[in-house]
Design a protein around this ligand. Structure first.
Ligand code: 1HN
Length: 364
């Protein structure tokens, strides 16, 4: 008679499965149970003070004398993440380019934005042949696979914020890179009529197929700031104050396919309601002073500081000043999560839900 079989333990079976590179679904039980109510925020809420960043930038100029095809960008690594990442999808940094320097032309599938901190308009980035002047607080897009080089013909150093979708792209193993062939800088399209930026405004050619994505674009602060200030008396979002998106002018949609840029005004003393969402964001303080409370951590920010708010973390913003407005620029990954139907907010969905002003206007 055959010996009675002893019942194999689950642990032994798990090991045997592992030997043949398999796992049972039951190992997900813990993960799924932890996900009741949503994910743990990935990475920490963290702030990089401007004074420290500025010192590192100056040192970076000594250490990296000329940047060649590389960039003198000091990047913010979230202490709660293992990869070089500001949030789990976004990478933010500050770049400096010395007088007379050129950051050589290249292109990559990483999408990037620049938000200028210091520049006088004679500093410029060339994107697919189009020269984009860099004045303080201008936003310049270098969408995926667009050629870009940065040039500083002035006598002063120029500084800007870089933000890219690096961790997301690397997670999907999609990096492609190409240095510009044969030259440091790309050919500039001298004829303005050849610029795609002549086709993104209020009027556009009737005889051409319109390019909808991945074109060079500059959002000049001189146009953005007055519009932001003009809307400052609106109710705004209870969670974000007067928060505006930089739209793709061709589609009316998000800034880029993977990144959305916001400019946000908090009125004197404003304290927003607490919420959380499945998108993460990296911020740059344009002006003012305030506190962003993320979970049990208070990020006290001042002019030009940068900070990270991980996804699904409860957060609220406070303008600490009773007399001055505070303005925050930020980059988020809403387009990524939205593309897959994964954007969620708690306690409610607040994006694009309120009515525009009533028609006809109320006579006062
Ligand atoms: C990059 O290409 C730039 O072109 C800046 O200015 C920062 C960070 C990671 C990878 C590529 C630039 C970057 C970058």
């Amino acid at each position: 008679m055959a010996k009675p079989q002893t019942k194999k333990s689950l642990e032994t079976f798990n090991q045997e499965l592992a030997e043949v590179h398999m796992t049972g679904q039951w190992i997900y039980e813990d993960l799924l149970n932890r996900a009741i109510g949503g994910p743990r925020p990935r990475g920490d809420a963290y702030l990089w003070p401007w004074k420290m960043v500025q010192e590192k930038l100056i040192e970076a100029c000594d250490v990296l004398e000329e940047s060649f095809t590389a960039r003198r960008s000091v990047l913010f690594g979230n202490p709660g993440l293992n990869d070089n990442a500001t949030t789990h999808t976004l990478l933010m940094g500050i770049q400096m380019i010395k007088p007379g320097e050129v950051a050589w032309a290249h292109r990559h599938t990483l999408a990037a934005i620049r938000f200028v901190v210091k520049g006088d308009g004679k500093v410029f980035t060339v994107v697919d042949g189009e020269k984009c002047p860099m004045e303080p607080y201008d936003l310049i897009l270098t969408p995926q696979w667009t050629w870009h080089d940065h040039q500083n013909p002035t006598k002063e150093s120029a500084i800007w914020v870089d933000a890219l979708d690096v961790p997301f792209l690397l997670g999907l193993n999609q990096p492609f890179y190409e240095p510009y062939p044969g030259n440091k800088v790309q050919a500039v399209r001298e004829k303005r009529s050849d610029h795609l930026q002549q086709r993104t405004g209020l009027i556009r050619p009737t005889w051409e197929k319109a390019k909808q994505e991945n074109f060079p674009l500059r959002y000049p602060w001189k146009d953005i700031e007055p519009q932001l200030l003009a809307l400052a008396d609106q109710p705004g979002s209870p969670y974000d104050g007067v928060a505006l998106e930089y739209v793709n002018p061709m589609t009316g949609g998000r800034t880029l396919r993977t990144l959305s840029c916001w400019i946000q005004l908090l009125r004197p003393g404003e304290h927003t309601k607490k919420h959380r969402h499945t998108s993460s964001a990296a911020y740059f303080v344009v002006s003012g002073e305030g506190t962003t409370i993320v979970g049990d951590k208070a990020l006290e920010w001042n002019k030009h500081d940068c900070f990270a708010v991980p996804n699904w973390a409860w957060h609220e913003h406070v303008n600490r000043s009773k007399s001055e407005e505070a303005i925050l620029f930020s980059v988020n990954d809403i387009p990524i999560v939205e593309a897959f139907g994964l954007y969620r907010e708690e306690p409610e969905n607040s994006l694009h839900t309120m009515q525009t002003p009533q028609v006809p206007a109320i006579v006062r």
